[in-house]
Design a protein around this ligand. Sequence first.
Ligand code: ADP
Length: 175
Amino acid sequence: MKQQGAILWLTGLSGAGKTTIAHGVAQKLQKRNYLVEVLDGDVVRAHLSQELGFSKQDRDTNVRRIGFVANLLSRNGIITIVAAISPYREIRDQLKQTTTNFVEVYIKAPLAVCEFRDVKGLYAKAKLGQIKHFTGISDPYEEPLNPEIICQTDKFTIGQCVNQVLDYLEYQDFI
Ligand code: ADP
């Protein structure tokens, strides 16, 4: 197989645009006949990490599991796109060091923009105290210090952000 695997790790606040961009990139790659898989944080939690909560320890365990699966897929030549808040820098950096072709993509939007979008109505609940440990409100988000890509989703359209990721993959000869 000519295709080389990679892990595109999309991190950022809830509502920043991770899922949207992940599926946008996946669609474009599939159209070009690349094998792609999307691992969405919410989906993984519903299947692989049902017992986990949102303490630092549980979040790190969840991220480690996603990283493990992403690595299995990637080493078999699949371009694996992860969309997960993954708020802690140390565990993301660990994955970057222990996997190959790990591309950290910071999906960046100001908290105020994410709150305004409130795609799933979670910010409203978090602010009322109905959800504890909500990233950005009552739980930390540690920004990447050296991400390979930063998509500023408050400044650019979805299409522009998707193309930014594809351009990087081309530039790095991943595709
Ligand atoms: P997350 O997966 O990070 O929680 P979602 O992808 O579910 O975020 O939601 C992001 C929302 O922001 C969507 O409603 C999307 O249409 C909107 N949006 C506006 N501009 C952008 C952009 N440039 N990139 C991604 N999403 C955007």
